[in-house]
Structures are given as structure tokens and as C-alpha cells.
Design a protein around this ligand. Sequence first.
Ligand code: HEM
Length: 423
Amino acid sequence: MLTRTPLFTAGGADFDPADPHLFTTDRPHQVWRQARRRHPVAWQESADGGFWSVTGHRPGSELLRRPAEFTSTLGMRLGSSPQAVRAAAGRMLVVADGPAHRRLRTAHSAWFTPRALAGLRAELLRRLDARLAELLDRGTPFDVVGELTAPLPAWALLGMMGVPAADWDHLVGLTLRAFDDDERGPEAAAARTEAHTEVFLYFADLLDRRRAEPGDDMVSALAQAVVDGQPLTDEEIVLNCDGLMNGGLETTPHAASGAMLAFARHPEVWRRLRQDPELTDRAVEEILRYTSPPMHAMRTATVDATLGDASIRAGDRVVVWFPACNADDTVFTDPERFLVDRWPNPHLGFGGGPHYCIGAALARLELRCLLETLARRVEAFEVAGAVVRQASNFLNGLRRLDLALTPTAPTLTEARRRSGTPR
Ligand code: HEM
């Protein structure tokens, strides 16, 4: 087995982040804390072949900003299939570098500026308000992930992409299944591949329909996009629609449900935010830091290079652990605390460098709309059942969260009951 020094020893011999089930507890977070103090860049032995683990904010941020020495084109997550990465390399944003990446980024980025997204706000607030009113009206605890936060990004992203509303639930279900690491074994792997293939086929078909009959949506625009004198190919468009689905649907729900759990565990934070709505933008940044939805991003060294005090060789994989970097106490005071007014807040929640999240403004808008709606309707949150972490080394979040919400105003049912109006 390949070994390098300094060696990552903080977790003991059985600590292997290639195993998604390691992440169903707090253990990695505790281990990273110790690891960062000794060696913020250290070699992690693993059944997956070994890689450098980056747990410090400074080397993490540096890694992401040195794409010439640390490429994304050989895969950006642990455990991805080399075959799938080869098929997408240079054609999908997240596994492209240099001019190929810039070309794709130019074709997509106009859709994700705060200005372009401003029109979504009213619709998002309307949908959120209706859903929350319905849930509060039920008057019983509910699974926040399944009923509120998982549907949220679809309302924002899928309409904009041109996916008909009737297909949203189907596509969200497929995307979640395609990346569900919870089940192991060949059958589960085959089910993931099947779901992923269906997502590709769905977008290939949508692209055909939009080419025949263009609309005012992103897929239609990509079908006509010409960058540096070259149109995007069908494959590029379908691969990047899939990339947007992964990036957009899997992350924001984790940030949103993680925030609601924090409000349940720290009611004083929620009271402060409700009293001072001016803190909402800072609260959104603190949610991104505190919840750190992507667990990691991976790069591969193209040349021998130094990062922190580690001597990395060409071909070595380097993994930055976002929750660890975002809890670096040399950068963040009291990193374990959710400080609603934390500022400055240079978190790496959206990564950094050329691959900085293209959907950052959209995610911020979704989280802001959620906080505004909750502030209007919810007095308090209480944990009322399961809090289940997702078994994943790529996504940091909850699979299920049962909360009881205390409404700020009488719910519809209650108002009717009080006034004696029949249903
Ligand atoms: C809370 C929500 C989100 C978080 C925390 C997040 C985080 C990240 C991070 C850390 C990266 C960098 C990956 C790397 O360096 O390899 C990234 C890239 C990306 N994200 Fe997000 N993301 C979020 C929401 C979204 C949304 C809503 C979309 C959809 C529009 C999206 C689409 C993407 C895409 C396509 C990339 C690749 C960009 C590139 O390689 O140039 N993300 N995201």
C-alpha cells in the first residue's frame, strides 16, 4: 500500500473516510479537529488506496485555487467510477479545467447571477408559505427533510431549466436515488446506475423537445449557445444538466434542515434572528459554514507539489474536508457555535477558485426565502423524533429530521375551531 508522511493517525487504524457509514456519527468531525492541530495536510491510509486529507482552512483554500497543479479532470469525489469520470472529463463543469472549463462556465453563468435570479423570489416565497401553512395546519410533528427542504430546490431550479412541473417529483426522486450511498452491494450500485441513466435519458429527451420548440428556459438557451465560436454539444448539455441536478438538489436541503435542527437545539439563536431580520444575510452565511453540505472535494496532483508541510507527488489524490476547514479555530472564533451575526465569515461552503459553486446565488436565495418564511410563521422548533444522518462521505446532512413547530399565529384549523366555522 502506498504510504506518505505526515501520516493521518488521529482516528486510529479503523478510521477510513472512504467508508460512507463512518459519517453517520460525529466521529469524523472530532477526529478532524485533532488532526488539524497536528497536521492540516496528512496522508490518510484507506481501503480506497490512500489520499491526502486536508483539514485546515488555509491549505484547503489554497488547494482549490491551484488547478494547474491539482486537477479536477480525474474526478472530484472519492469513490466515483473512473469510467464515468473519463466519459465526462472536460465536458462537465465539475470535472473540467482550463479553457474547456471556462467555456462551459461562460455558457451557464448568466443564468445564476443575483440579477437573473431576482424574478424567482416571489414564486419561491409563495410556494414556501403555502407548504409551511399546510404543514403547520396539520399540527403534528413532521419530517422536515422529506416534506419541506427536499422539494425546495426543485421549485427554484427545475422551472428555470425548463422541466415541466409535472416531472419535478419524478426527477428529484431519481437524483436522490442516483446518489444514495446508504445501501451497499451490487444491487444497490445497479439501482444507482439505473437511476442515473434515467436522469441522462430524461435530459436527452428534454433537449430534443427544446431544440424542436425552444422556450424561455436554460435548456433551450444552452441548445443555442455558442461560446468561442463553438456551439455546446448535446453530450455537454446533458452532462451539465445532470451536474446542476446533483449540485442543486442535494446540497441546499442539507443546509436548510441542518439550520432548522440548529434552531431547535439553540432556541436563543432563532429568537435573535426573528427579533433582528437584518441579520438574515449573515445567518445564511453562518448556515453554510455550520452545515457545510458537501463533505469533500477531491483533486489529483499533476506535478510534484507542496501543500502546507506535505510533499505531494504527481498522481496523488488530495481531498479537502469542508466541515473540517469550516471549523478551523485559527480562522473562526468558537467554530462549534452557530453565531447568527458571525462576520467576517470566510467559509469554504461553496468551495473556492475556478470551481466556486456556480449555484451560490441561487442557494443563498433559497435559504433566505426559507428563513423569511419561517420567521413569519414559526415561533419555535423542537426535536420530536428521529434525527438521522445520511451515510455519505460526499454529502454532509440529514436523511430524516422530525420536528414539532410552534406557529406564530393560529393555524387555519385552529382559527376555524375557535370561531366555530365548520371545515
Ligand atoms: C447550499 C447549497 C450549495 C452548496 C453548499 C454548494 C457547494 C458547492 C461546492 C463546494 C462546489 C465546488 C466543488 C469543487 O470545487 O469541486 C460546488 C460546485 C458546483 N455547484 Fe454547488 N453548492 C450548492 C448549491 C448549488 C446549486 C443550487 C446548484 C445549481 C444550480 C449548484 C451547482 C453546482 C455546480 C454545477 C458546480 C460545479 C461548478 C464548476 O465546476 O465550475 N450548487 N458547489
